[in-house]
Design a binder for this molecule. Sequence first.
Ligand code: NAD
Length: 247
Amino acid sequence: MRIAEELGLRVSPRLRVVALTGAGISLESGVPIFRGEGSMWEIPEARRLASRAGPPWNTRGTWEYYEWRRGLVSRCKPNPAHYALAEMEEYFEDFCLITQNVDGLHSRAGSRRVLELHGSMWRGRCLECGRVIELPETPLKALPPLCACGRPLRPDVVQFGEPIDPAVLSSALAACRSAELFLVVGTSAVVYPAAQMPLIAIESGARAVEINPNPTPLTPFMSLSIRGRAAESLPRLWEELLSSASA
Ligand code: NAD
């Protein structure tokens, strides 16, 4: 049976689709994840630099850690999973991409509207005047980089325990409540509020599909669990859905 039939969905550009991505989608691009095999903490340099990063996050130590991460990501390329999501945005009239990733790879793959729940490592934010500044170049000329007001910037990344931008969060929650198909790709589903989003969508009637080589706390709630790697499984799922599309 076709996946769309199995899920009880009629695939057309009018199907309302939400995708939630986590660090696992970027692993095959070469960006380390946070937990388990292939995690950042297996890299001694990352551990050493991360230990010197911390509040108020606008320090040289924090930026040395982020420059290491930014340099690493700048040498990585989006993979077929990122591209599949960019294609979905083109096809579906009402498509929402929510990511926990801060690496910018979705935008580099061509996704135009990305709700970045945890911000981006490619921007800085001023603790004094609140300006948000694009910082696309790495290495930066000076650490920490400075705001136009002369104060040091912090990375525009939501740290554990910090609140998510309320506008981003409310757009994401609204999308979850109206989704018909919800894709969960490469997240361990332990970081909140992201981990709750698939459940909100399911409670509101969405069919949910998880792509992850490992089970997660969300797995029991899924309509379909694909035990596979994102770069292979997501393009295959997309192709499958598209082949069953009605006009
Ligand atoms: P996580 O590191 O907690 O979990 C990664 C998940 O990806 C795991 O469930 C793992 O089984 C799965 N996975 C491993 N290989 C995969 C593959 N090839 N395809 C699909 N899935 C695969 O990641 P998280 O749930 O996103 O939470 C970590 C937090 O750390 C997030 O808040 C995020 O902001 C941050 N983070 C971001 C990046 C990034 O921007 N790329 C990298 C590391 C951490």
